[in-house]
Design a binder for this molecule. Structure first.
Ligand code: FAD
Length: 124
């Protein structure tokens, strides 16, 4: 095993990071203050400097030059992030995700399934 290798590979890191980013966008305020908005923009721009997959982060920084996060609302941010993720999906040959379903996937649960975002069985 290469000692310099991160214990998470690019795909595990990516999957976990997307879970975090989409969940963060899912719980962003519907009506963010201007401070919320500018701090979320800063967060994503700083994230693009430290994301520990060099070429992934480099592509993200290039993308951010012309496509800054849309932080007007929870809806805007989630849709922006969904499109960003879809750009990566296309780049690496994965299917695009239907962005109208982003809150079902990351916040509310699928409409056609019985789903408890916070399962009561964990509390009982
Ligand atoms: P992932 O793409 O990790 O997605 C996880 C889950 O998110 C999916 O199962 C699906 O339910 C949901 N999902 C999928 N698309 C969307 C969407 N558009 N909106 C909302 N939810 C969605 N890998 C590379 O090989 N090259 C790169 O340049 C690269 N750049 C990356 C840049 C960033 C910022 C990040 C976070 C990751 C990057 N990755 C890159 C990793 C890559 O995106 C995947 O995470 C990895 O290939 C594992 O894919 P996966 O099939 O598990 O699903």
């Amino acid at each position: 095993k290469n000692d310099l290798q991160c214990p998470l590979d690019k795909n595990d890191l990516g999957r976990n990071t997307w879970s975090f980013l989409h969940t963060m966008a899912a719980y962003f305020p519907d009506k963010p203050s201007s401070t919320h908005q500018s701090e979320m923009k800063q967060f994503i721009n700083l994230f693009s400097k430290f994301y520990p997959c060099d070429y992934c982060a480099e592509d993200l920084r290039v993308e951010l030059k012309t496509n800054q996060p849309d932080t007007k609302s929870q809806h805007s941010l989630s849709q922006w992030l969904c499109r960003l993720h879809n750009n990566v999906n296309v780049k690496i040959g994965k299917p695009e995700f239907d962005c109208s379903k982003v809150n079902e996937r990351w916040r509310d649960g699928w409409k056609d399934e019985v789903f408890q975002p916070y399962s009561s069985s964990l509390i009982e």
